[in-house]
Structures are given as C-alpha cells and as structure tokens.
Design a protein around this ligand. Structure first.
Ligand code: ADP
Length: 175
C-alpha cells in the first residue's frame, strides 16, 4: 500500500467483479462494450444483460477512451469502461494506456466517486507486457493525484499471484 497526498493505492489478488466495498469498478472493455473473455466477461456476467443494453448506445469507443454506466447486478455504484490499446497495434501504446487511467479517474471525479478498482488493462488478450503496463498505470495515477478531490482509494485487482507481486514491486519504486 502507498499513500500519495491522502490517496491510498492498494494491490490485491482477486476478481474485479467481486469488489463490493468500492464505489466503481473499471472494465477492460472491448470497443463494442459487449461481454467477452477476461475482465469484460466476468463483469458482464455478474452485472447481467442490462449492462450491455445500457452501454450499446455509447459504443464504439476508441483506445484510451472511458465511459461510465450503472453497475446493475454488481455490488458497486458504477462501472467505468476503458478500451486499452492492443499491444503492437494501437500506437503509441503507452500514451493510450495512460489515457485510460487518466480518463477513468476524471470520470470518477465527475461522479463524486470515492473508491475505484482497476484491473490490469490491456495485459490479457491485448498483450501489453505486465511490468510495462504496471509502470504506466502507477506513473499516470501518481501524476493525476494532485487533481483528485473525491477519489481517496484506488485498488488494483490482479488475477494471479505473480501479477500481484509485479504490481507491488513496481508500486514501491514509484518516486
Ligand atoms: P485486455 O483485453 O484489456 O487485455 P483482459 O480482460 O483480457 O483485458 O485482461 C486484462 C487483465 O485482467 C489480465 O491480466 C487478466 O489476467 C486479468 N483478469 C482476467 N479476468 C479477471 C478478473 N475477473 N478479475 C481481475 N482480473 C482479471
């Protein structure tokens, strides 16, 4: 756990679709804002079909963009859907990944959200190397912290123990 200017950043191992104590969860979405594999599958399954129905008019979104919806059957207030870059295809990858984190935090602020949980966007089907993605995520969040008024807790939910350890290690090195 690290605290920057009163904002707590935490890493845990778990399922992004089972974080009942945060106001918003972030979806590693596809452009069509539909269900799929990985994070999007877990979130849409837990939220129910109304989530895809609500999102349909907002689709398609572009890499780096974020949109917000209700959480339906999930135990949260909101889902923030980010489209990460496909590694090796959507360029510049690092900027587009940073845009996801910046835009998600900005939308959270606009909705007075106090706590938000992120998965490791782009590191699954989209192929972004885990260490590089974690560095982009934490550097971007640290740079944005001064702008945050409502968000006081940021949680990273990693699927595997090794992904958790990578995130914990990189979070420690952020100056
Ligand atoms: P992307 O298409 O943006 O790469 P994925 O959903 O394929 O998104 O994967 C993003 C990351 O989330 C990967 O590291 C994957 O292991 C992890 N992941 C998959 N399912 C879950 C889940 N239910 N909760 C948290 N993380 C998950």
């Amino acid at each position: 756990m690290r605290t920057f200017k009163n904002v707590k950043i935490n890493c845990i191992q778990g399922d992004i679709a089972n974080q009942p104590d945060v106001s918003a969860i972030v979806n590693a979405a596809n452009a069509e804002l539909k269900t799929g594999g990985g994070v999007a599958g877990a979130i849409h399954r837990a939220a129910g079909p109304q989530l895809a129905e609500e999102c349909q008019p907002m689709a398609p979104i572009k890499p780096g963009e974020a949109v917000i919806s209700a959480a339906h059957n999930l135990p949260n207030n909101y889902v923030i859907h980010c489209l990460g870059p496909v590694y090796g295809q959507d360029k510049p990858e690092e900027k587009l990944l940073a845009d996801c984190y910046r835009n998600a935090l900005q939308i959270a602020e606009e909705h007075d959200i106090d706590s938000i949980a992120f998965p490791a966007i782009s590191t699954g089907a989209f192929g972004f190397p885990m260490k590089e993605a974690a560095t982009v995520a934490f550097e971007t969040i640290k740079d944005e912290i001064g702008q945050l008024k409502s968000v006081i807790e940021i949680r990273f939910v990693l699927f595997s123990d090794s992904d958790l350890r990578i995130h914990q290690k990189i979070l420690k090195t952020i100056a």
